[in-house]
Structure formats: structure tokens, C-alpha cells
Design a protein around this ligand. Structure first.
Ligand SMILES: [Zn+2]
Length: 297
């Protein structure tokens, strides 16, 4: 295993830890002093992570996909010189909680919304080969129902639940004093959002969650999205406006009596295709999600 660290680029602390075997590395971007966004480079490592570093303890927000866990732990070790004390899982998807076990075993306490733990126990842990029961180390051992606040490193990190949004166990984190929000998958920046109707998510809840974060933010707030580049309130507003208009376009066809396949054939989201379509949530999949949501109301 070869690790290389490069420090200092365009005013950012940029640490790139290269893992020779997989080609995936973890890139770290300083958001504000003591707070970093971590993301995969050279391959998919999972959703964007947040890392708070300081004398009182280290807090990691989300922890990527399971196969990248050793690379992530190495990168954190290189970056901070210490282990993670707390992990916050923003929601139950495997690209955000994959290193829970590895982090638990390294001494971290995993924190999440009640419904995330409940869903992992009831539905199990997703693997490429199917679902298996979640092990004790994969489950958060501290859960909350509405909100909780971390007081570490002279920062206040307000962790709050967003009801029936991306899933039924979503959290976002507002670092109030430094004006940074980690939105989890309530925000796919520049990408059609995944709204997981089968895991308790809803289009209305997703829109309400985005609106709540917009209301919390100011013009200078930095927002870490679950996926896509580092962002801000203006871009989140653009995403919400797109989703609201996309829903209205599908609704017009549902109201006209079109079936799901007829709506897809009509391609009401065509105007958004070039800017928002991506491999996971294609224009067709976004259309079907909106159809399903509207026809179940
Ligand atoms: Zn997700």
C-alpha cells in the first residue's frame, strides 16, 4: 500500500491519499478551518463526507461504501493522526454507512436517527449479493428522535431529523457558528435526486426538507451536499425549483389520465435532461418516481 500526501493548493488543504491496489483515494477539501469535506477520487467511494477535527474529538459525517472502509480509515489516520470519536449517519443507504463496523471497531460511537437503526434491524444490511442481517457493529448505538447537538472543538453541531424526505431516517447537520450545513442526500447538487419511496421517503417531504435547509441558510452558508460539488443556498434553491417544476410537469400528465409508461413516453422532464440526468437517477427514473408519488396520493 502506497500513501502519498499533497498539501496546499489554491488556498485549500488538499490531502490525497492514494491506495495503490484499488486506485480509489480520498480527497479532502477544507471547508472552514477544522472542517473538511471528504470524497472519493478515482472511483466511487460513497456520498460526500464531513470531517471535524479538533482537540476535543473528531466527528465524521457519513462513512462511504463498505469496500472503501480501509482506505477511508487510512486517509483519516493520515489526515488527523487519531481515530474518529463520533460518526453521524445521515441516512441508511450503503454509500453513507459502509464503514460503520470498521469505525466501531476502531473505537468510534455511531449516532443516527431512530428510524435508521430500526430499518437496519428490520430490513438488514444491503450487499451486492443481497440483504443479510446487520451485525451489532454496523448499527448506531446512540439514536435520537428529533434533534441533538454536539459541543466539541468550540463548535455547535446541531443534528436534526427531516421527516419522510430521502428516507424516513434522514438527518442533516448545521454547524451554526461556522455557517456550514451537511445536507446528506437531501441535496444532490446538479443531479436528479434519489427519493427512496420504498424506504419511507416522499417527494413532499423531500421538498419540505430542502426548504427547511434553505430557510436555515444565509447567502454565505456553505452546504455540503450528499452528492455533487460543494455548494450553497442558491444552488439548493435551484435544485428545489427544478424538483417543484418537474413534479408539476408530471402532474399535468397524470391529471390528463396518462399511464406511467405514457408519461415516460411524453418525456415531461426533457428540458432538464442535459443538466440533471445521471447514471443512477436517469430522466426516466426521476419521471417514474414522480409518477409513483403522485399516483399514490
Ligand atoms: Zn442516499
Amino acid at each position: 500500500m502506497t500513501n502519498r500526501i499533497m498539501v496546499g493548493m489554491a488556498g485549500l488543504l488538499l490531502a490525497v491519499i492514494v491506495q495503490a491496489q484499488s486506485g480509489i483515494s480520498i480527497k479532502s477539501t477544507e471547508v472552514v478551518p477544522g472542517l473538511y469535506m471528504l470524497e472519493g477520487e478515482g472511483g466511487f467511494a460513497g456520498g460526500n463526507m464531513g470531517l471535524m477535527v479538533g482537540n476535543d474529538g473528531t466527528v465524521l459525517i457519513d462513512d462511504g461504501i463498505e469496500p472503501v472502509a480501509p482506505i477511508l480509515l487510512d486517509a483519516i489516520e493520515q489526515h488527523t493522526g487519531r481515530n474518529i470519536d463520533f460518526v453521524i449517519n445521515t441516512h441508511v443507504h450503503g454509500d453513507h454507512i459502509g464503514a460503520n463496523k470498521a469505525l466501531h471497531l476502531s473505537g468510534a460511537t455511531v449516532v443516527a436517527h431512530d428510524n435508521l437503526r430500526k430499518r437496519l434491524i428490520e430490513k438488514g444490511w444491503d450487499t451486492p449479493a443481497g440483504t443479510r442481517p446487520a451485525s451489532k457493529e454496523e448499527l448506531p448505538e446512540v439514536t435520537f428522535s428529533d434533534s441533538m447537538t454536539f459541543h466539541l472543538n468550540d463548535h455547535e453541531a446541531y443534528v436534526f431529523h427531516l421527516v419522510k424526505a430521502h428516507t424516513d431516517g434522514d438527518s442533516a447537520i448545521h454547524f451554526r457558528d461556522i455557517d456550514v450545513i451537511h445536507a446528506g442526500d437531501i441535496f444532490f447538487n446538479g443531479l436528479f435526486p434519489f427519493i427512496d419511496l420504498d424506504s419511507g421517503g416522499s417527494v413532499a417531504g423531500y421538498q419540505a426538507a430542502q426548504q427547511r435547509i434553505i430557510n436555515m441558510a444565509g447567502p454565505d452558508t456553505i452546504i455540503i451536499p450528499g452528492h455533487g460539488p460543494l455548494s450553497n443556498r442558491e444552488e439548493l434553491q435551484v435544485a428545489l425549483d427544478m424538483l417543484t417544476d418537474a413534479e408539476a410537469r408530471v402532474k399535468a400528465l397524470v391529471d390528463a389520465g396518462q399511464s406511467e409508461d405514457e408519461v415516460v413516453a411524453s418525456n415531461p422532464l426533457q428540458i432538464y435532461h442535459n443538466d440533471w440526468n445521471w447514471s443512477f437517477i436517469t430522466t426516466e427514473r426521476m419521471t417514474r418516481t414522480l409518477y409513483r408519488s403522485l399516483s399514490s396520493q
